[in-house]
Design a protein around this ligand. Structure first.
Ligand code: URC
Length: 385
């Protein structure tokens, strides 16, 4: 059996690794010559880590993960701690730590797990054809690839998605801009083993440890879409948006390197249930483009990869049946996470200022149990609980 995977992002590579493990041969096709993720890092909550463990990458992911032992919220303006607690009870409940990781490092670790000959960079898909026997992908350069199935792991702007759905879907602007990057850990910014978030005015600033003595940082600011994106003004814009905020936030803005900071307008897509068409199925952002507000986008793609290999391990009734079972197993859960992220996004970014004010008040009463219950409910329901 041969699988054609379109897209060499995290989802596509994990799918290829999973399919190889069940004996499929794989060919991955990626349109760009070099993958440049839009985010500097990402949260691998315990469900994502379990998926990588299942794919045989336990040691590798642990080596990339930051020591996120604790979590805290601070008032962005005064700097006062609103709540702070150990994440250990959560990790014990689910049987696995979480690992924030640098995206580029995760990407190259996954890439190195495959043979070089299995990944074709700079090969852009233009069309798909299938019949009872096989599926063929045709590429811009005139080449083509034929296999038993095709996985569309080609991201938020997927070309495979309209093929599967028979129509295009619109992305929805989530209402905020996210600046993100990596910075050397320094205790004057936040404790080195803590996920620290400063909140006020419907904005937030967050620092998460990743391996190599670095924090992943991100700033969220509710803003209209389509404003100019100019590196030269990142610092002055952030200084203005966060004027009057606490000292660690000012120090972070001062120290960040605009040349290596990303500015991303955040979009998501209304969940949809049709992920497969015959021998073709969607996976990762092409199937469930989410806002990053619960840190589940990458994890969900990894869950897809594991569920796909589990579904395809049994193909008594053929590939189409296995892909339909994969779709039926995944679409509900992944869609639910998209909607949860949307809900958290609304509360964090003051879509309703009163609700956000109430949330700030509740953080001051929080001992960690309510927040950990929320995170737990995102983690549970994964294919490897
Ligand atoms: N929660 C996360 C978030 N990760 O676990 C993450 C968030 N990354 O709210 N936001 C973001 O950009």
């Amino acid at each position: 059996m041969k699988a054609i995977v379109i897209g060499a992002g995290m989802g596509g590579l994990c799918a290829a690794i999973g399919l190889k493990r069940i004996g499929f041969s794989v060919e991955v096709y990626e349109k760009v010559r070099e993958i440049r993720p839009v985010g500097a890092a990402l949260s691998l909550w315990s469900n994502g880590v379990k998926c990588l463990n299942f794919l045989g990458l336990e040691k590798e992911v642990a080596a990339l993960g930051g020591a996120m032992d604790k979590m805290a919220y601070h008032d962005g303006l005064t700097g006062d701690e609103m709540t702070g607690f150990s994440l250990d009870p959560l990790y014990r409940d689910v049987g696995q730590r979480a690992y924030p990781v640098a995206r580029a490092e995760l990407q190259s670790m996954l890439m190195n797990t495959l043979d070089k000959s299995e990944v074709h960079l700079g090969t852009e898909l233009i069309s798909i054809e299938q019949d009872e026997e096989s599926v063929t992908a045709r590429f811009v350069d005139g080449s083509s690839a034929t296999g038993d199935l095709l996985i569309g792991a080609d991201g938020a702007h997927s070309v495979v998605r309209p093929y599967v759905l028979g129509k295009s879907v619109k992305r929805r602007y989530a209402g905020y801009v996210n600046w993100n990057g990596l910075i050397e850990i320094d205790d004057s910014l936040a404790p080195s083993n803590q996920w620290t978030t400063f909140v006020a005015e419907g904005k937030r600033v967050s620092l998460m440890p990743v391996a190599g003595n670095r924090f992943y940082f991100f700033f969220d600011v509710p803003l209209p879409a389509g404003m100019p994106n100019d590196r030269a003004t990142y610092k002055s814009e952030l200084k203005e948006h966060f004027s009057g905020w606490a000292e660690p936030v000012q120090a972070l803005i001062e120290r960040l390197d605009p040349a290596r900071t990303n500015r991303v307008e955040i979009f998501d897509i209304d969940p949809f249930k049709q992920w497969s068409r015959g021998r073709v199925a969607l996976l990762g952002d092409s199937a469930h483009n989410t806002a990053p507000d619960i840190g589940q986008g990458g994890c969900s793609a990894m869950e897809d990869a594991v569920a796909l290999s589990i579904a395809l391990q049994t193909n008594t009734y053929g590939i189409e049946d296995a892909l339909r079972r994969y779709q039926n197993r995944r679409a509900g859960r992944a869609g639910e996470l998209v909607l949860r992220a949307r809900k958290r996004c609304a509360e964090t970014h003051a879509e309703d200022p009163d609700a956000t004010h109430k949330w700030y008040e509740s953080l001051r009463q929080e001992d960690g149990s309510r927040i950990m219950r929320g995170i737990l409910s995102n983690i549970e329901g994964n294919p490897l609980d």
